[in-house]
Design a protein around this ligand. Sequence first.
Ligand SMILES: [Zn+2]
Length: 220
Amino acid sequence: MALNLMLMGPPGAGKGTQARRLARGFHVPHIATGDILREAVEANTPLGRAAAAIMDAGQLVGDDIVIGIVRNRLQRPDAATGFVLDGFPRTVPQAEALDAMLDRRNPLVVIDVAVDDEDVIRRLSKRRVCTGCGTIVGAKEGLPPVACPDCNGALVQRRDDRESVVRERLTVYRQRTAPLIDYYRERPTFRSVDGGLTEDEVAAAVADAAHGGSVVRRTA
Ligand SMILES: [Zn+2]
């Protein structure tokens, strides 16, 4: 089935892991705007240079830049039957732009993954990323991981996972992204799920929300 899915929630809510798993399960691409931006930073493209300064300060990259990235990405053939969006939209103007892009597609399913701030800070301050394969590795038993479980590569802390930057990201998130919940809340395809749910439980919530959308389409 086609699935147009958007996952929202604070940084560190586990959205990336859930998004990758759901994309595999539904055979649609996982579109992570943060990854696209970080790749541009590493490649030192003009987009990357503009984005780097903003992200290092824990701020959000401007609406025009990310809307352009997503519009281009959704036009690629692999996204024709659906997608899992991760990290977009983050503002109401971005959400309005996305609705316009999805004009003739199935309804957007929105899953809000709810986690409280102190849990986010505990999780992210111990998270590391592999310099070899890019895998993100979480803490086990309260200690930061020491080597990549996939390739044994060296692990480093992402600059925007430092505690001071995480606190700033959360402040930005609460101020600017939380209004998205109000934007989507009344839709039959919106669900808020606890960040502690298992991947299977989240997948079930997604299926339920997608069903909510199809019911509305039939009766509309
Ligand atoms: Zn690795």
